[in-house]
Write a protein that binds this ligand. Sequence first.
Ligand SMILES: Nc1ncnc2c1ncn2[C@@H]1O[C@H](COP(=O)(O)OP(=O)(O)O)[C@@H](O)[C@H]1O
Ligand SMILES: O=C(CO)[C@@H](O)[C@H](O)COP(=O)(O)O
Length: 498
Amino acid sequence: MKYVIGIDLGTSAVKTLLVSQAGEVVAEATKEYPLYHEHSGWSEQEPEDWVAGTLASLQELTAKSGVSADDIEGLSFSGQMHGLVLLDADNKPVRRAILWNDTRTTAQCREIERTLGEKLLSVTRNPALEGFTLPKLLWVREKEPEAFAKASRFVLPKDYVRYRLDGTIRMDLSDAAGTLMLDIAGKKWSEDVLAAFGISPDFCPPLVEAGAQTGTLLPEAAGAAGLAADTKVFAGGADNACGAIGSGILKPGVTLCSIGTSGVVLTYEPDASADYEGKVHFFNHGKENSFYAMGVTLAAGYSLSWFRNTFAKGESFEALTAGIADIKPGSNGLLFTPYIVGERTPHPDAVIRGSFIGMDGSHTRAHFTRAVMEGITFSLNESVALFRAAGKTVDKIVSIGGGAKNPVWLQMQADIFGAEVVALENEQGPGLGAAMLAAAGCGWFPSLDACADVFVKHAKSYLPSAESSAEYAKLFAIYQQVYGRTKELNESLNAFRN
Ligand SMILES: Nc1ncnc2c1ncn2[C@@H]1O[C@H](COP(=O)(O)OP(=O)(O)O)[C@@H](O)[C@H]1O
Ligand SMILES: O=C(CO)[C@@H](O)[C@H](O)COP(=O)(O)O
């Protein structure tokens, strides 16, 4: 039996999956790494932590599986999107990476809008959002000119890890799409955007498809990972593109919901013709010549992990969420908005922050926990509502990410979205999608679609309960008012944040 590895470079941890030719996940390993929040709205990671975590995770994966390294044919990546990694002439990072959930770049976003005007949406197909890469690049150039002067090029998080594994500097189209520098329909760096900001084309890595082979493992990386040096390395894609591949979102019809650190509602687009007027993100897929649209909740799983780390330190998510099934929809009148690091969809706003509305002396920790999960799901439902308003049918949703480990949350998703929610046998869609890119790249299957027929295994399905859905529809209407009613208060409070 032959095997491939999917490496999912997430925000909370790197997760590796060893997958057989039959699509069975035979081993998993995870290594966490820290996030640095030096100021309100800042979010950074140390690229070396990703590399060390990836190598340690691969070492553990191969050791615990008992599979011979010679039987592992290839590996590929799924990466947290948008993070700016600036490299010097020797390909060493010049500073920490600035991540997708860092919102320090509002001024640079306004500059991009002024400079590019209509080209912003027509070429990059996305609005200027703080999380995207170009605003971060402009921020470093303006605020840290000494660091910027040392930089010869930029890459995205998984591209840096791949470079350390196979020595090649490449970027795939699905991840490049999130930089705001790509001509999405033309599948090339936009000369207009680069020229408008005086960025040399050499500063941008060569582009490849997510399924392209970039090399084989460097001997020292192979040794540290417990793998053979002839293991093939494939470019890999953006985590949401890989999540879509790993969930079988390769043709129109089914929608994806992912609750990782961020939260995503995503639909497949067969071509670049759809126009959502920038209300949702529009990116190249990891499947060649196709695209996807998605709405993003910045702090989805992050809201629950923040809540746990602050009020139930050391407890597992299972312990935290015990008892929430006994609480009725609405958490006894307690409502949460998950804007704890700002928001993207449908309110692109770096200054807004979260709220608990309706706190009552009767509320227990379980009510708060359930309210946090409901608030996250209401936020994702705003994206579902946007897609429905644009004419999409959203009646079946594959749910992945850490949030999909929780059956109560899966039922809550079905009830709030008013759609069938399907869980996968393994909730790690992005890692599986990365493994599928390697499996198709190794020639095991003629296409990603054929690979999905074998690798994507549906587990339990959750149908909406009419009673709970009706309650949630009323609560959602109240939830939708909270943003407007807390916006000005948050603008006033902004002066008091560090
Ligand atoms: N058993 C669980 N119940 C509810 N939520 C969970 C559970 N396990 C993990 N999560 C959620 O999943 C999140 C992590 O998801 P994951 O997909 O691993 O994130 P990432 O890819 O961003 O690193 C956590 O922040 C938490 O909110
Ligand atoms: O910024 C986005 C998408 O635009 C995020 O979805 C990141 O790609 C991080 O993903 P997770 O770590 O939450 O999986």
